[in-house]
Ligand binder design. Sequence first.
Ligand code: PAF
Length: 279
Amino acid sequence: MRTIRDLAALRARVRDWKAAGERVGVVPTMGALHPGHLSLVHTAKAACDRVIVTLFVNPKQFNSPEDLAKYPRTEATDAALLEPAGVDLLFAPDAASVYPPDFATRVTVAHLPEVLCGAHRPGHFDGVATVVTKLLLMTGADQGFFGEKDWQQLQIIRRLVADLNIPSQITGCPTLREADGLAMSSRNLRLSQSDRLAAPALYKAMEQAAAAIHNGTADQTALAAAEAAILRAGFSRVEYLERRGAEDLLPIDPATPRPSRLFAAAWLGEVRLIDNIPI
Ligand code: PAF
């Protein structure tokens, strides 16, 4: 596996692959890799002849300089995980080459970013949309792989790729969970020992709410019970716990059934956890 930081070198490599008729996949990441990322790589390997992983801690999607500074930078460990997974190329550009001083473009998707995480993290999804647009165009990948754990992000990426005619197929990959149900995330490493024990209560409460709704309990009743259970388990705040349409993320009218999901964000100490499941 080669690590490339330079766009011209990346493009030359991809051009050669494509000239040989090879299908190129990309797994965009911000590093601090865990088995969830590696499952994206495995899916990409099965679907493509060549797999690029991008490693770029995107300053535009952080809400504060402190958060950006705290984000783990573990390139050597990440590379050591990716090499045996059969990744062909690690693209790890520096911030100045992705966003030169005169950079002046922002990709904004309408509506989808206004709810759930977007309502609590102003500008976050503009940052994600801008960098994902750039990464897909820089790599020229035929297919991009993203985790369903960030479901809202995935819907936003699908929208921008369709709207901007970016010739990359977008594939969502299922959330990987720890044995106790906690969704895998780089943030889990920041949980204290006691908070780590409390953390699976989020998924458990969501599952119970989804089952109750499925069996006819009113949304409001099921969601109130879930929120109470999450707080009882030791979470300090439930930022949101909502049922919404799976693709448009709009509120659900229980009288008109359509595919929906339960979405949650909740704080455990200093750590904000998110999760989503189908109903
Ligand atoms: O999901 C992530 O890790 C990031 O939001 C992404 C897609 C790599 C863009 O920076």
